[in-house]
Design a protein around this ligand. Structure first.
Ligand SMILES: Nc1nc2c(c(=O)[nH]1)N[C@H]1C(S)=C(S)[C@@H](COP(=O)(O)OP(=O)(O)OC[C@H]3O[C@@H](n4cnc5c(=O)[nH]c(N)nc54)[C@H](O)[C@@H]3O)O[C@H]1N2
Ligand SMILES: Nc1nc2c(c(=O)[nH]1)N[C@H]1C(S)=C(S)[C@@H](COP(=O)(O)OP(=O)(O)OC[C@H]3O[C@@H](n4cnc5c(=O)[nH]c(N)nc54)[C@H](O)[C@@H]3O)O[C@H]1N2
Ligand code: SF4
Ligand SMILES: [Mo]
Length: 765
């Protein structure tokens, strides 16, 4: 068997001085306020920090570059409409620490490869465009025009435009994303992989098939008046902290909450609102009424068991299912009900590791509530059967008629602040025909029709030499993707890698034969064109499109906006294209929005409506009980449980986020709620599984995953006893990404199985 052992060269594996304390079951409150201020003041003078924070998520302010949780439609708190992790995102982006040409002269690529992600990121904002010649050891400064010409030369030398890959991360504005896809398609390919491929792609596929739109159907307002909120596979206390205030308001109005999660997460248990005196004084309000610590990826069985239990009650009591909704608005009910007969409730519950009493209690809550909101995130989307699990969730909403009406529906909670908008703008490797037909018409061109590479296929293409130029609009492709060693080899196999970035990360030090780093503005930076202040627009998780106005002076006069970088790459690369007036776009971003309006449905009067307070909602037919599916109705789905078949010693590992990171950006080395201080190389295991394996608390171990005959290994992880179901363990992303096999992805969505990696824990002798 081949052992992949190059990991050490890609990231350091040294240990720090860990401190452990008991996990906390209380989220936010005063500790969050203190942490926010600490993070901001560590990065910039107080005046700059408060200028950024005061403006964050206000009507005329900066859209938080953190997550995609929406802002309230009606009112914004003057005390601060942001959370601890929003403040950390600001600290990270608006820092006054700088990564200058001198910095790159001092530190070689080889040296930086041995820095942790934390050290790389904390170096500061990249100030100048930088170039790495073939065989070079250090990045050196390059003039912007030379950089654009180098890209153009490399692109135009390819045998086919399909040999170029154009990645996007989810922070990119609507304006930059629209122009980027327009350039890429004008160049001649749909190779537009994005972070969504690793994130909510499974949700998009599942919802597209069942309700005819790949987005959620719920508005923020709906939370305040619903009866029951189910939160599965999501850790909102860390990843969408302002969701907690919506949950609190929902509870105050009488809603119940069911949390479904293998880990007990503080933000699902109780919450103190720092905007209130009682919250600051430490009064925590309970959140989840019922907490189901389900085994990893047993959610499908759990939802089937619940469906069977409430089906029994439907037979005896009636009025549990919404039969008139089912009859008028759904398709496939009979087949779905028939398939339930294939399983017994006991068998299904046995997959979940839960007490049947708890499952019946959940079923009771669900049976009696007419309005249900179902929320989920990565705990549902990153498994082999992710699409089916989400569809089983939708089945439950359909049985209850909990969709297509106010106060109920599907709520996939999105990750990056504009990941949903980027997809709306056409960042998609499989563009629908209608989208391309419209684009053809507006730009009087024939854009390419062949599907492009998604994230996983792009890695494989680069590995096989079929992807020769890699351009990334943000993100950290090397660290965010699966199978880190293989991905590194794939990137190193290209002629040129181009990273359009704000901060330094590992994708800058694992590169193609030649490499460029192009420094761009972030959300907070003031963007002035022709002496006019420009704003950009974004779409949040609930389909609201609104402005974001940067208000801080950029820390370097060499940074360009993402829009300008795309326009100048396009102008350098494309043969004279009279049909697209790139200069107009750069003169004023209103021109970009005018062409978005012409190209994409739902953006009528874009420039006017986006200047209204709070922006506007995009159309969402499913929200109004119209389903643009093949059947014209909302579809039930027949799914099959697939419990794991573990060999002796194996466990299922989920890779999760700590409270101090944004994806591959490491804000700090602590995970306050889980009681971890100053370490990220940890593996959470329950005490019984530790005992079975003879593992001690804080024992140093290696983690191994074996797929397709390849043994992948990461070294030096500390065992942390933690309340988790049997056979389940957890570690942090991206330290364990080398273990995620590229060959194992979700059926239909091709999303890597980052939440169900089968591993063994090896003792170090
Ligand atoms: N501060 C901060 N905010 C963020 C991010 C960040 O890194 N930091 N990332 C952003 C992005 S891009 C995204 S996509 C979101 C991610 O937001 P989340 O999806 O909340 O992030 P994860 O940490 O991946 O957590 C997944 C949760 O799913 C649970 N889980 C894992 N497997 C299963 C399972 O099989 N079943 C169930 N029921 N639960 C399971 C885990 O215990 C964990 O609580 O957050 C966004 N917001
Ligand atoms: N094992 C495992 N792997 C995962 C996940 C997991 O849960 N487990 N989650 C997956 C998910 S949900 C996602 S979304 C992906 C994330 O994948 P990516 O989006 O590729 O990664 P990020 O860490 O968000 O990217 C951070 C970098 O983006 C750049 N950046 C920040 N702001 C801006 C900006 O405004 N403009 C530009 N141009 N650049 C900017 C900075 O240089 C920063 O270093 O990772 C995926 N990978
Ligand atoms: S909830 Fe998300 S978008 Fe809102 S302030 Fe916090 S990190 Fe930013
Ligand atoms: Mo994500």
């Amino acid at each position: 068997m081949k052992e992949v052992d190059e990991v050490e060269k890609l990231m350091p594996e040294e240990m720090l001085e860990i401190k452990l304390s008991n996990p906390i079951e209380k989220a936010v409150g005063m500790p969050a306020v203190i942490s926010s201020v600490k993070h901001v003041l560590a990065e910039m003078p107080a005046s700059r920090g408060f200028k950024a924070l005061n403006y964050l998520n206000q009507f005329d302010g900066v859209d938080c570059p953190g997550c995609a949780w929406p802002d309230p439609d009606d009112e914004r708190s003057a005390l601060g409409e942001y959370c601890e992790n929003g403040a950390k995102a600001i600290a990270e982006e608006a820092t006054t620490k700088l990564v200058t040409p001198d910095f790159f002269a001092q530190h070689s690529i080889e040296e930086m490869l041995n820095w942790t992600d934390y050290e790389l990121g904390k170096s500061g904002r990249i100030t100048h465009p930088m170039y790495l010649p073939q065989g070079g050891t250090h990045y050196q400064p390059i003039k912007w025009d030379e950089a654009f010409n180098l890209i153009a030369r490399n692109l135009n030398q390819l045998n086919s435009p399909h040999e170029a890959i154009f990645y996007t991360s989810g922070r990119t504005s609507n304006e930059a994303a629209f122009l980027y896809q327009l350039f890429v398609r004008s160049f001649g390919t749909n190779n537009l992989p994005d972070c969504s491929n690793m994130c909510h792609e499974s949700s998009g596929v599942a919802l597209g098939e069942t309700i005819g739109i790949g987005k959620g159907t719920v508005k923020l307002e709906d939370f305040y008046h619903t009866d029951l909120i189910i939160i599965a596979g999501q850790n909102p206390g860390t990843n969408h902290p302002r969701m907690l205030s919506a949950l609190k308001k929902a509870k105050r109005n009488g809603a119940k909450i069911i949390a479904i999660n293998p880990m007990r997460e503080a933000g699902l248990i109780s919450y103190a609102d720092p905007q209130t005196a009682s919250g600051l004084l430490g009064q925590y309000a309970p959140l989840a009424d019922l907490y189901l610590q389900v085994k990893i990826n047993a959610d499908l069985s759990l939802f089937k068991a619940i469906a069977k239990i409430i089906q029994k009650r439907q037979k005896t009591d009636g009025n549990i299912f919404d039969l008139s909704f089912i009859k008028d608005h759904t398709h496939g009910y009979e087949e779905y009900i028939k398939c339930l007969d294939e399983y017994s409730i006991e068998e299904l519950i046995s997959h979940t590791g839960l007490d049947s009493k708890d499952v019946y209690e959940a079923a009771d809550l669900i049976a009696l509530k007419p309005n249900i909101i179902l929320c989920w995130a990565m705990g549902w989307t990153q498994h082999k059967n992710a699409v089916e699990t989400i569809q089983e969730g939708v089945n439950l909403l359909l049985l209850k008629g909990s969709i297509g009406k106010p106060f109920a529906g599907a709520c996939p909670v999105r990750g990056h602040s504009n990941v949903q908008g980027d997809r709306t703008m056409g960042i998609y490797e499989k563009p629908p025909k209608a989208f391309l037909d419209r684009l053809d018409e507006v730009f009087d061109t024939k854009f390419p029709r062949e599907n492009g590479f998604d994230t996983v296929d792009a890695i494989l293409a680069m590995k096989e030499g079929k992807g020769k130029v890699f351009i990334a609009m943000g993100g950290n492709y090397l660290s965010a993707t699966p199978d880190t060693v293989l991905t590194a080899n794939a990137l190193r196999n290209t002629n040129l890698t181009v990273q359009i970035s704000t901060k330094l990360n590992r994708s800058h030090v694992v590169h193609g034969s030649e490499a460029l780093i192009l420094p761009c503005f972030g959300r907070t930076d003031l963007d002035i064109k022709n002496e006019v202040k420009q704003f950009v627009t974004v779409e949040d998780s609930m389909g609201v499109v609104h402005q974001s106005n940067g208000n801080l002076n950029p820390t370097s006069d060499q940074m360009l906006s993402e829009v300008e970088i795309v326009v100048r790459i396009a102008k350098a690369t494309l043969k004279k294209n009279v049909k697209i007036n790139w200069d107009d776009y750069l003169n004023h971003y209103d021109h970009i929005r005018n062409d978005i309006e012409k190209s994409i449905p739902g953006f009528n009067d874009y420039n006017k409506r986006v200047r209204q307070k709070g922006g506007f909602y995009l159309p969402n037919a499913a929200r109004y009980n119209e389903y643009n599916t093949g059947t014209g109705k909302a579809n039930f789905t027949v799914t099959t449980p697939e419990p794991f078949n573990l060999n002796k010693g194996e466990m299922i590992m989920m890779t999760v986020r700590s409270h101090d990171q944004f994806n591959t950006t490491i804000y700090g080395l602590n995970d306050r709620y889980r009681g971890i201080t100053n370490e990220r190389r940890v593996i959470f295991v329950n005490e019984m599984e530790m005992k079975k394996r003879g593992l001690g608390k804080l024992e140093k171990v290696n983690l191994v995953s074996t797929y397709g005959g390849i043994r992948r290994i990461v070294h030096n992880f500390l065992v942390i006893p933690y309340n988790l179901p049997n056979e389940c363990c957890a570690s942090y992303f991206p330290e364990t990404n080398p273990l995620v096999p590229i060959t194992e992805t979700a059926k239909k969505s091709n999303t890597p199985i980052s939440k169900s990696v089968i591993i063994t824990i090896e003792k170090q002798s």
